[in-house]
Design a binder for this molecule. Structure first.
Ligand code: ATR
Length: 281
């Protein structure tokens, strides 16, 4: 019997998870069909309940459901609990358990594809939404020395920073405006964009949060946006002589970690990368 897996989100028109997850199942000769499940909020609880059927292997979760879905699950992994967000649902002895592999994916991509160990670094995170929250958790957990959160809406950055008052790293919030933003760029070893600026099909398509003259050539600029592969921000970073890392590796590593949770097998990373790149070509 073919088992079902899929991703809950809304809308889901541009998700490439079905492409690289299906490639992984096929490569491993696992009889699983991975689908896009575009589900609006009012239908989410009913759709999640279906996962309890034996025909279902598990699921991914994306915007806007990562927080809300917690209340429809039986248990949360401690990291998902701390983050307050779930991107992977695993069935364990008939129970639905929520995990979060986003933070892992972010640091794995940084280490493997960016050749960057965040330990001891001075970091600038752009944005203060759900993706920023996972990034700040991941980076503070990986031992950064200091972290500045810059956001258009300063109050949101301040609220996020306040969660890390007891952390070993110094975490502060600034507005996404000169001169604070320029000052934060000047000391940043690593800049991570978690906003949707530059994302294809978004209202901020073609926009960049920073330009070449504010980026130091010594910085690594990491854009979590994966479509397009070269975002306006990464183009500015290259013009400044900085190193760059796009968002595709994080997307693949978070998905690979989900695959491993569902199957107990090592994920075929190269196959997943190839399928993801083909989906975006
Ligand atoms: P996600 O869960 O993907 O992080 P989100 O919670 O909607 O999504 O957060 C989006 C982030 O991108 C926010 O930091 C948002 O800034 P505000 O908090 O001020 O809304 C930021 N963002 C989106 N579009 C932006 C734009 N055009 N300029 C600046 N920041 C933008």
């Amino acid at each position: 019997m073919t088992r079902l897996a899929g991703i809950f989100g809304y809308p889901l028109g541009h998700s490439i998870s079905p492409r690289f997850q299906q490639a992984a199942f096929d490569h491993c000769s696992l009889d699983v069909s991975y689908k896009a499940w575009p589900v609006a909020t009012d239908r989410l609880e009913a759709e999640v309940r279906k996962l309890r059927d034996d025909g279902y292997l598990g699921a991914n979760v994306t915007v806007p459901h990562k927080e809300r879905i917690r209340s429809y699950l039986d248990d949360l992994d401690p990291l998902a609990e701390a983050l307050g967000a779930v991107n992977t649902i695993v069935k364990e002895d008939g129970r639905l358990v929520g995990y979060n592999t986003d933070a892992h994916g972010l640091v794995e991509a940084l280490r493997k594809d960016g050749a960057c160990d965040p330990k001891g670094l001075s970091v600038l995170v752009l944005g203060a939404g759900g993706a920023a929250r996972a990034a700040v958790f991941a980076l503070v957990g990986a031992g950064v020395a200091s972290l500045t959160i810059a956001n258009r809406t300063l109050a949101r950055a301040e609220l996020l920073a306040s969660e890390f008052e007891a952390a070993s790293a110094a975490v502060e919030a600034v507005p996404m405006q000169e001169p604070a933003l320029v000052g934060a760029c000047k000391k940043a070893d690593l800049i991570v964009n978690t906003t949707s600026m530059g994302m294809r099909h978004s209202p901020a398509e073609g926009e960049t949060p920073l330009n070449a003259k504010t980026i130091r050539s010594q910085s690594l600029v990491y854009d979590l946006v994966y479509n397009p592969a070269e975002t306006p921000l990464l183009a500015e970073a290259k013009a400044a002589g900085a190193k760059t890392l796009g968002g595709l590796p994080m997307l693949v590593y978070q998905g690979a970690a989900s695959f491993e949770l569902w199957t107990g097998r090592p994920a075929p990373i190269d196959v997943m990368f190839e399928a993801a790149r083909r989906a975006l070509a």
